[in-house]
Design a binder for this molecule. Structure first.
Ligand code: UT7
Length: 324
């Protein structure tokens, strides 16, 4: 089996900013509540004409340029998300066409754990020698499925895309992957209508069932537990200990979840990269966007050992250890 690593990364956020003060004008909330309960100060919002693939292409083109790779050299495209352009065709195929690539592509749905799931899937194709260059993109326009009248969710989410190019490496690379799911918790975080269970109808629209519904408290408890468990399992599988990890890249949902995980793991908080204050929860894009910004800030060097961990709808979770 070949070793697999990250050849390059890219990210894109739309320019429009929605601050907590803006949210105060939309629902019964305050900057103080949002800041103390979540750590979020602002988030990015896509234009009406922008679908997830429009964000994804920007991140993908940057990652291709950073890898010095032409789109035609890609062997596979995996797009993860919860806000695909359409139920079908796959957003990966739309992206393939827009990029001018000729390879196969498919979408992967694993909630906010999407990027870690997709990285693990892509890594298998490279490890077994089937492919060399794989584009993994997390692209989300969550603003399109937010209920802007629901204060318990509308202050949390934002729009973004992040892209990773996977390739074979001689040294370092991914040292472990841990994936998990508990479908019994699916109701805690869902978009009830628009699928075959509840096709779009006058009733589903009038009952606002085409928007995110979440039991925040229960998802919070689940998140804190799996962040700790999945991180420890991934580190153990990599043959490392907590002290070996230079940087933790957690899913950016809530600063209190990240701080609780840091405390439970007994890891200094400054080892956890945080940018949710500027972007909110961007679901499948979040871990890649954090990885990209950590890289730009010089927090990642050759040989750095990085733990990425995510959790979300499904319920799902995932963690991996990467040696840069
Ligand atoms: O990506 C994975 C998916 N999502 C997550 O990871 C989210 C996980 N959950 C959370 O981050 C937190 O549970 C929330 C941020 C969603 C909520 O924070 P909380 O501390 O768990 O608050 P809560 O749901 O227990 O609500 C506390 C109070 C409630 O009022 P009452 O019932 O105590 O009177 C809510 O109605 O806060 C109220 N509330 C708000 N108040 C002002 C809920 N949303 C707001 C708001 N502004 N935006």
């Amino acid at each position: 089996m070949r070793k697999v690593g990250i050849a390059s990364i890219g990210a894109y956020v739309p320019p429009k900013i929605l601050t907590n003060n803006d949210s105060e004008k939309m629902v019964d909330t305050t900057d103080e509540w949002i800041t103390t309960r979540t750590g979020i100060k602002e988030r990015r919002i896509a234009e009406d004409w922008q679908a997830s693939s429009d964000l994804a292409i920007q991140a993908a083109q940057l990652a291709l340029a950073n890898a010095n790779l032409e789109a035609k050299e890609l062997d596979l495209i995996i797009v993860c998300g919860v806000t695909f352009d359409y139920p079908f065709p796959a957003t990966a195929c739309i992206l393939q066409d827009k990029l001018g690539a000729t390879c196969p592509g498919f979408d992967l749905s694993a909630g906010c754990s999407g990027l870690i799931y997709a990285l693990s899937v892509g890594a298998q194709f490279i490890a077994n020698g089937m492919y060399d260059n794989i584009l993994v993109v997390g692209g989300e326009t969550l603003s399109k499925i937010i209920d802007w009248q629901d204060r318990s969710t509308c202050v949390l989410f934002g729009d973004a895309a992040s892209a990773v190019i996977l390739g074979p490496v001689d040294t370092g690379g991914f040292r472990s992957f841990v994936l998990g799911a508990d479908g019994g918790g699916g109701k805690l975080l869902e978009l009830p209508a628009g699928g075959s269970r509840l096709p779009a109808s006058y009733e589903t629209i009038s009952q606002r069932l085409h928007f995110i519904k979440m039991n925040g408290r229960d998802v919070f408890k689940f998140a804190v537990r799996v962040m700790e468990e999945a991180s420890l399992e991934a580190i153990d599988k990599a043959g490392l200990t907590l002290k070996d990890i230079d940087l933790f890249i957690p899913h950016q949902a809530n600063i209190r979840i990240i701080e609780s995980a840091a405390e439970r793991l007994n890891v200094p908080k400054d080892k956890f990269f945080v940018n949710l204050d500027r972007y909110g929860n961007t679901s499948s894009a979040s871990v890649g966007l954090a990885l990209y910004e950590a890289f730009l800030e010089g927090k990642i060097q050759k040989g750095s050992k990085i733990l990425m961990v995510g959790f979300g709808a499904g319920l799902t979770w995932g963690a991996c250890v990467l040696e840069w």
